[in-house]
Ligand binder design. Sequence first.
Ligand SMILES: *[C@@H]1O[C@H](CO)[C@@H](O)[C@H](O)[C@H]1NC(C)=O
Length: 197
Amino acid sequence: MKFFVVACLLPLALAFDFTVGVGKDETTGKKGLGFDPSVITPAIGDTIVFEFRSGAHSVVQSTFDSPCTPSSGGFNTGVQTVPDNLEVDAPGLPQIRLAVNSTDPLWFYDEAGGLCNKGAVLAVNPATSGTQTAAQFKENSLKAPATSASASPSSAGSGSGSSSSSASATASSPANTGFRDGMSSVAVIFGLVIGLL
Ligand SMILES: *[C@@H]1O[C@H](CO)[C@@H](O)[C@H](O)[C@H]1NC(C)=O
C-alpha cells in the first residue's frame, strides 16, 4: 500500500516551473527589455510562471510569422503594472501561470511594454534547426511595425462597480490562486510521502 501511493504521486511531483521574468533583461539581469530567459523548453505538465517587473507589461501569445500581433484566441495576461521603486527581483512580484499541454512551439511578446519590435519576445519550445528557431522569431519581431506601449493599466483597479473593468481585472487572478492551491497540495502530498517512508 505504501509503495502504491508513492508510485502514483511521483509523476505529479516531477512537474517543473519555468519562471520567466517579464521586463527583465536576460543579459544584464536588470530591469529592461524583454524576457529572462527568452527561450525555454518546458515539457508537458510543466508550468510557465510569468513574473512581472517594474512598469506596465503584458504577455501576449502571437505567431512565428507575426511576432508582434496577438494570435486570435491566444493567451493574454492582461496588463500588469509594478511600481518603479521595486527591486528587479523583489519578493512578491505579480505572477501569472500557464500550463504547458504540448511541446509544440509557442510564441509570445510583451505587448504593454511596447518594445516587441526591439526584440521583446519569448520562444517556447522553438525548433533548434530549420526555419522556426528562436533566433528567426526574434528576427521576425525586429521587422514588425513599431508598436506603442499600451495605454495605462487601464480599467483594472479603477472605477467602482463598472462591470467591464471588473471583468478584466479578475481575469488573471483565478489562474494564480488556482495554481498556488495546486502547489500547496503538492507540498502536502510530498509531506505525506515522506511521512509514509
Ligand atoms: C493548457 O490547458 C489549460 C486547460 O485547458 C488551458 O487553460 C491552458 O491555456 C493550456 N495551455 C496552453 C499553453 O495552451
